[in-house]
Design a protein around this ligand. Sequence first.
Ligand SMILES: [Zn+2]
Length: 244
Amino acid sequence: MDEITILSPHRDDAAFSLYLSLSRWSAGKISLRVVNFFTVSSYAPRVKSQDSAVVSSLRGKEDRRVLHSISKNIQIRSLGLLDAPLRLGINVSAVCEIMLEEAQSITEANRLASAIDGYHDGGVVLAPLGLGHHVDHLTVNSAAISCGRLGRVGFYEDLPYATWTEETAIRERVSEIESKTRVPLKPTIIRDRNSVRRKLRGISHYRSQITHTEAEAIARFSLKYHGERIWIPKFSGLWNPLIT
Ligand SMILES: [Zn+2]
């Protein structure tokens, strides 16, 4: 296994959820790739413009700055898909409430699955658990599962959503995925001793998206594990280079 691909619904999810892990893995010999899905967006609560071209470009710059501050070798791919408010014509406040019809949900997941299928070939893929029920995160989660390469798919805890999700709810979500895939998962911590300070410094550059207080809440969540927790297939040795 010499490649890891992070499936990031938006241009910030990979860093919010896996900043410390990416830093750790970038020091080794593994190739890192971040695939951003819904990169056409007018969501930027901290800037005046709501023009999707302006906002999408700004979010792209923020994301490149943060990911390349971890390592210039992280490859960043953008799929150029519309985010939920633009794609579904819904208000930003509804993105964690809307439930797609089953048929629509399957169609969307299959469409995305075909875009990411090749990424499993040389390594492993980390997808969002879908904590917080954001429709874009759930769609990426379903796409990762519907590729069917399940020994090669692990899951990360979506931030900031994990900060207000009870541990029991996180474990219930993991169980749901296990029953769907029939692949048992195990929790693994990617440890970092100076987790809060380092993570805060990194993610604070997403200025169009979060306040300093929100960045602190995301960074402080790493105190729960003294690092970041991922869920990986229990019986696949492919993941060993990432967790040792
Ligand atoms: Zn997101």
